[in-house]
Design a protein around this ligand. Structure first.
Ligand SMILES: CC(C)(COP(=O)(O)OP(=O)(O)OC[C@H]1O[C@@H](n2cnc3c(N)ncnc32)[C@H](O)[C@@H]1OP(=O)(O)O)[C@@H](O)C(=O)NCCC(=O)NCCS
Length: 164
């Protein structure tokens, strides 16, 4: 998806807010309001329209069920890979295989663009690396204490990579 209209923006905003408030690791800690998430979504939409990011959209019966963002590098030396951000499935639809459908779509988009591998980060202590391991992602490093979930609750940031 390389264009986002107002209707789609509203569904993306609801999705990102609801997933965050259900405890998802997508850049926020609960509670968050749509107004707090909106500037971050609008920054994504702007980069999508500039061609710097691609939106992988998961739809069920025409409604947004989840999404992920593929962030392309502006560096000419880094055009053969990209970073996957904000991977999420709506809370009421999680656990039914849609995360797998979404990641399969992300990989198809990346392959179609000629990318050779992907990078993503995971919040330590969530166990989410097990989800990504199923697609071939392996940890190659971690930044200790990079994510301050709350005062006194610093988490490592795990860096994963996956060949395409
Ligand atoms: C992570 C997320 C996208 C997975 O989507 P989902 O629809 O729940 O996952 P699926 O039902 O497709 O599960 C696919 C596989 O991953 C496993 N899995 C799913 N969530 C997992 C988790 N949190 N930890 C470990 N394994 C997980 C499933 O058991 C399943 O394994 P199987 O194929 O061996 O049965 C979804 O739970 C979500 O949106 N979470 C909140 C947002 C978030 O934290 N995103 C991660 C950002 S790094």
């Amino acid at each position: 998806m390389t264009a986002v209209d107002d209707g789609l923006r509203a569904q993306l905003l609801a999705c990102w807010t609801d997933v965050s408030n259900a405890g998802g690791s997508v850049g926020f800690v609960p509670p968050v309001t749509p107004a707090e998430v909106a500037p971050y979504l609008d920054a994504v939409v702007e980069r999508v329209h500039l061609g710097r990011e691609v939106l992988a959209l998961l739809r069920v019966d025409g409604e947004v069920a989840g999404f992920a963002v593929l962030s392309l590098s502006v560096s000419p030396l880094r055009r053969h890979w990209a970073t996957v951000l904000r991977v999420q499935v709506r809370p009421e639809r999680q656990g039914g295989g849609l995360g797998r459908v979404l990641m399969t779509g992300v990989h198809r988009i990346a392959r179609d663009r000629g990318l050779e591998f992907l990078h993503l980060t995971v919040r330590g202590g969530t166990g989410l690396e097990a989800f990504y391991a199923g697609f071939g992602y392996r940890e190659f490093g971690r930044m200790p204490g990079a994510i301050r979930v709350a005062p006194g609750d610093d988490r490592d940031e795990l860096h994963l990579t996956c060949p395409l």
